[in-house]
Design a protein around this ligand. Structure first.
Ligand SMILES: NC(=O)c1ccc[n+]([C@@H]2O[C@H](COP(=O)([O-])OP(=O)(O)OC[C@H]3O[C@@H](n4cnc5c(N)ncnc54)[C@H](O)[C@@H]3O)[C@@H](O)[C@H]2O)c1
Length: 306
């Protein structure tokens, strides 16, 4: 039986550890050829190394095809180059999974502007740079007569970005920005047959296990017959499916996949609407409106304004 992703060329960023490692191994398992990118930095973004090599070896030892890339996604030249590596080595790129990430947690009053900027750069700028490079390639292919480009973008958000999290104003801002970016990529790229979705993963990794590093396990350290609800690779099958031809009708979605659950997230909706009959609102009258009609904290009979 041909694999779900047979013949596809994929780039997974930050794939040296944790969730990204799980994605790279899963995509390869279904037949994709994978560029394993990883800067090899610490959880807070310091240093660099060849961590990607471990994952390339893991994939090739299981019969798959993979190449390493050690670039920094937040660097324009290096982010562009990692997409180009797929094109130069394998002729094209079909799948882009933006997963690289760091954290620099502090309550807002203690956070430096550098901690804010670096987290934004890796998550937001890094995601945007690789998306732009892949979009340019797909657009060229479409203009050259390829009627079914079929590209796939999977970007990564988190509970912090969707719901907020104490001590993570930088990270939460970045992860929410990635959602807005992906909704817009969907609008811009859908005509080319490219889908863009957001995954919200879970698991105990270097990032989420900073207080308990002893609990961190890489996906390949968990036996195949064990179900660990904190296995960082539990969302990888969802990513693989979203990257497949079967999922061509799914785009502009935010899907969280944590533990045993898959959640399709609803977007921002107008939960309550008030209208003022084409007049300007009067701030002194809004107290009643918010209490009675919006937040329902006051019985209608208690309206001051009658
Ligand atoms: N762990 C969780 O519970 C959780 C929850 C929601 C979202 N996420 C997101 O999942 C993604 C993966 O994180 P993880 O938890 O597996 O952590 P991790 O530290 O295990 O993996 C992140 C990887 O990104 C690499 N990286 C960092 N900066 C990079 C850069 N500039 N260029 C290229 N690679 C870089 C790191 O070297 C590391 O290998 C992140 O985007 C994170 O925000 C994690």
């Amino acid at each position: 039986m041909p694999g779900l992703l047979e013949g596809k060329i994929a780039l997974v960023t930050g794939a040296g550890h944790g969730i990204g490692r799980g994605h790279a191994v899963e995509l390869a398992k279904h037949g994709a050829t994978v560029i394993v990118n990883d800067l090899g930095s610490s959880v807070s973004g310091e240093g660099n190394g060849r961590d990607a090599d471990v994952v390339v070896d893991l994939i090739t030892s299981r019969g798959g095809t993979a190449s390493a890339n050690y670039g920094d996604v937040s660097n324009e030249a290096q982010a562009t180059e990692m997409v180009q590596q797929a094109i130069d080595t394998y002729g094209r790129i079909d799948i882009l999974v933006n997963n690289a990430g760091i954290v620099r947690d502090r309550a807002v009053w203690n956070m430096s502007a550098d901690d804010f900027d670096l987290v934004m750069n890796v998550h937001v700028r890094g995601t945007w740079l690789t998306c732009r490079a892949a979009a340019q390639h797909w657009r060229e292919r479409a203009k050259g007569g390829d009627g079914n480009v079929g590209g796939r973008i999977i970007n990564t958000t988190s509970g912090a970005g969707l719901l907020g999290n104490f001590g993570q104003t930088n990270y939460a801002t970045a992860k929410a920005a990635i959602v807005g970016m992906t909704l817009t990529l969907n609008l811009e790229l859908s005509k080319l047959g490219v889908t863009a979705n957001v995954i919200g993963p879970g698991g105990i990794t270097r990032i989420s296990g900073t207080l308990h590093p002893e609990a961190v396990r890489e996906p390949d350290e968990i036996p195949d017959d064990e179900f660990d609800p904190f296995d960082p690779s539990l969302c990888s099958p969802v990513v693989a499916w979203l990257c497949s031809d079967e999922a061509g009708y799914v785009s502009g979605q935010v899907i969280r996949a944590m533990g045993e659950h898959i959640h399709l997230m609803g977007g921002w909706t107008e939960e309550v609407t008030l209208s003022n009959g084409r007049k300007r609102w009067d701030a002194t009258k809004l107290g009643d409106l918010f209490a009675v009609d919006v937040f329902k904290t006051k019985a209608p009979g208690l309206r001051l304004g009658g």
